[in-house]
Design a protein around this ligand. Structure first.
Ligand code: ADP
Ligand code: ASP
Ligand code: MG
Length: 441
């Protein structure tokens, strides 16, 4: 058994839904995870935003536009009038449910309920399409098995027990269909695995079912050497080690949700990135490959703030870093990158919710300077210094025309991170790509 996850663009139009159904049928008896149709989750976020701002007409107008869009999809997707009627009724129940939030108070829990509707709609559309095609699909409702524990981590034991039970209820299905992204939290409330979280759903499901492979079907033929939205020429990367993929996902390669690699890695399940629009392209395989001493790709993580703590005293004396880390820990703020010297330490964060309080406390230990609007540029590959290659020299040389605020290498064998101003991101990515992948030209 495999897990096949199809992202928003892969199910973004009736034509694409038909195409995905064909791919699924050709793949055998597997678990299929769907995202919401592209644009839907953004629209649900917009509706929630209007509701938070008490702009009821704005919310209603946006709900109606979405309702209209889905009416057109239903009209186009199905051949039988009876299917159209049945699916329209199902979607109407969802839209009426969303509309009810225009009355009364609107809370963050209500928002999460609204955000969950996109995946509920895409799976309802697909299930009815399968039915019309004579494919026996069984819907596994994610809200009945996908759950996070206190602290937000997936509750793997619970998920495994509930999901296996649901599958055993109908073990002869042609395909098991389920929603990505949505879950319940430790309090049983509807929640989600953060934007882009369907990849994470697929990986969690793959891990608990111990499948043979997790396939992430998207709109590009695998992980590329750079982000094609910013880099002029990029090439698909055939193979990635789990660690390399995790670094790339964490440091901004949007093709993968940052948390998605871990469950697959822990269970040693290969992850294959494939292109729905070009199903025969080889894509990228992520697995436990032996070291190969090559640079694979460059990614960028936005919205980074650097915080420098400098003191005249011997700053790195025993206990100092502990105090600094403790301050970030107290405010549940993760540190991405750090650099130390005799008189100072700089760390970077991407969550600035508690920045003012953190800076206030750090002032007890030294002079604090904050640099906002930075970007981490991350070169990823098998970069072990023992390979004797000049990875660092290459990366630094490529960025000779870009001021680099901070560099980190050696934390793992897999990345070199460089901090630059956000305004230099595109230039830095292209310079690195030209230099590091020039042999691919
Ligand atoms: P889906 O909706 O299928 O989950 P996403 O939009 O989340 O798809 O991810 C695919 C997109 O990721 C690509 O269209 C591409 O623009 C972007 N992307 C960013 N960095 C990379 C990279 N290094 N390789 C491939 N795609 C990347
Ligand atoms: N639909 C969700 C989003 O747009 C989850 C996903 O697509 O992975 O973020
Ligand atoms: Mg995605």
């Amino acid at each position: 058994m495999k897990v096949l996850k199809f992202g928003g663009t892969s199910v973004g139009t009736p034509e694409r839904i038909r195409h995905v159904a064909k791919l699924v049928r050709a793949s055998g008896r597997n678990v299929v995870v769907l995202s919401a149709m592209s644009g839907t989750t953004n629209t649900l976020v917009e509706i929630s935003d209007y509701l938070h701002k008490h702009n009821i007409p704005g919310a209603q107008e946006t709900i109606n536009a979405l309702r209209q869009k889905y009416a057109e999809v239903v009209d186009n997707l199905y051949a039988e009038d009876s299917t159209k009627t049945r699916v329209t009724e199902r979607l109407e129940r969802i839209f009426n449910y969303i509309s009810r939030f225009t009355e009364g108070e609107f809370t963050h829990a209500d928002e999460r309920e609204i955000l969950a509707q996109g995946e509920l709609m895409s799976t309802a559309l697909m299930q009815a399409y399968f039915e019309e095609q004579g494919v026996r699909s069984v819907l596994l409702p994610a809200l009945d098995y996908m759950r996070t524990a206190q602290g937000g981590e997936p509750d793997m034991k619970y998920i495994s027990t509930c999901l296996r039970r649901l599958i055993e209820l109908d073990p002869d299905a042609d395909v098991w269909l389920t929603q990505g992204y949505i879950c319940r939290n430790a309090y049983g409330e509807v929640d989600n695995l953060r934007r882009g979280g369907s990849d994470y759903s697929a990986s969690i499901i793959g891990a608990v079912l111990n499948v043979e492979e997790i396939q992430i079907w998207t709109d590009i033929d695998g992980m590329h050497t750079g982000d094609p939205r910013y880099v002029k020429r990029t090439w698909p990367v055939g193979r990635l080690h789990f660690e390399e993929a995790a670094e790339l996902a964490y440091f901004g390669a949007k093709i993968l949700h940052p948390a998605c690699v871990l469950p697959a890695k822990l269970h040693n399940i290969p992850v294959r990135l494939l292109n729905t629009m070009e199903p025969t392209a080889p894509g990228t395989v992520i697995a436990n490959f032996p070291p190969d001493g090559t640079i694979k790709a460059v990614a960028a993580k936005d919205n980074i703030t650097a915080i420098k703590i400098k003191s005249g005293r011997m700053l790195l004396a025993y206990g100092f870093l502990h105090k600094v880390f403790e301050t970030f820990d107290k405010y549940s703020t993760a540190i991405d990158m750090m650099a130390t010297s005799e008189v100072g330490v700089t760390v970077t964060i991407d969550n600035t919710r508690h920045l003012a309080a953190i800076v206030d406390e750090l002032k007890h230990f030294g002079t604090v300077t904050v640099d906002p609007d930075m970007v981490i540029i991350c070169v990823v590959g098998d970069l072990d210094w023992k390979n004797g290659n000049d990875f660092c020299a290459l990366a630094v040389d490529a960025l000779r025309d870009v001021p680099v605020r901070m560099i980190s290498y050696g934390g793992s064998n897999y990345n070199i991170s460089m901090l630059v101003k956000a305004e230099n991101k595109v230039k830095a990515l292209n310079l690195l790509s030209d230099k590091l992948f020039e042999n691919k030209n």
